[in-house]
Design a protein. Structure first.
Length: 269
């Protein structure tokens, strides 16, 4: 395999693969995410993409693509298939570096690229032949298969043949990763991976009736015991009412009726 690296190839450990049945646009976006990074950090990034916890930034080929809040509102997605392919190639490159007596964890991804190799013309399936939604005669009669290739090169920081700005960026990324690794802090996933549910489990879940919801009852508060009234002895003297003791008065005068009768007898005598 001929690599497209135009510098001194003796200072770089290469690994690649041709005729991959994958989109070269997605492969190039994944290569951009690991370029100029430590090999161990690049492996962690690929594992995060494959697990669905780290999106990939798409600077090109992002028409009608949704934005991601993990990327600050920029466009991205999760190309899991391409991340798995590049992870296998990176593992091969690290094994090649070990066989040459080098430490792969101290090396940097100095070269990572993806390109289209060949286009195989083929006719579409019967269901898509007249309902492809394309424009023109060719879109109805052809469904080409595009193959791609990936190249990854590892090199030591002291032997990288790049400009001063790129070397400064590589050293800054490498120092940041080594400090983070020494501190032992694990990066929290930016997005929870989607839990895959099989079709059989989904059918079983749909067939089962939902249990009836129990009515929510308010908690009963304990009633407070009221104090009982104490029976106190009534030692107060009985008081007779004035109305009962006052004799009935004569309407003709202020004297009582008996005194009035006695006075009438004395006058008659």
């Amino acid at each position: 395999m001929k690599y497209s690296y135009n510098k001194d190839k003796s200072k770089v450990v290469f690994a690649g693969r041709e005729d991959l049945n994958a989109s070269f646009k997605d492969l190039s976006a994944v290569c951009d995410s690991i370029r100029y990074r430590n090999a161990a950090e690049a492996m962690e990034i690929l594992e995060g993409i494959k697990g669905g916890s780290r999106p990939v930034l798409y600077l090109r080929h992002n028409k009608h693509m949704g934005s991601r809040h993990e990327l600050g509102g920029r466009k991205g997605r999760f190309p899991k298939k391409c991340a798995g392919m590049i992870k296998n190639i990176l593992t091969t490159a690290m094994a090649n570096a070990t066989s040459k007596g080098k430490d792969p964890e101290s090396m940097v991804v100095s070269h990572a690229s993806a390109n289209k190799t060949q286009i195989i013309s083929r006719s579409p399936s019967k269901g898509i032949l007249y309902h492809s939604g394309g424009y023109g005669y060719a879109s109805l009669r052809r469904s080409d298969l595009e193959l791609a290739k990936v190249e990854i090169g590892l090199s030591e920081i002291d032997q990288i043949e790049l400009g001063p700005e790129k070397i400064r960026l590589i050293k800054a990324n490498n120092e940041r990763y080594l400090k983070k690794k020494a501190s032992g802090k694990k990066q929290t996933p930016q997005r929870k991976p989607h839990k895959e549910v099989s079709k059989q489990e989904s059918k079983n879940a749909e067939g089962k009736p939902k249990p009836p919801e129990k009515p929510v009852q308010a908690e009963k508060q304990p009633e407070k015991a009221l104090p009982k009234p104490e029976d106190k002895p009534n030692n107060l003297p009985m008081v007779e009412s004035k109305a009962a003791n006052t004799p009935s008065q004569n309407p003709n005068g202020n004297k009582p009726a008996e005194e009035a009768k006695q006075g009438d007898k004395n006058n008659g005598e």
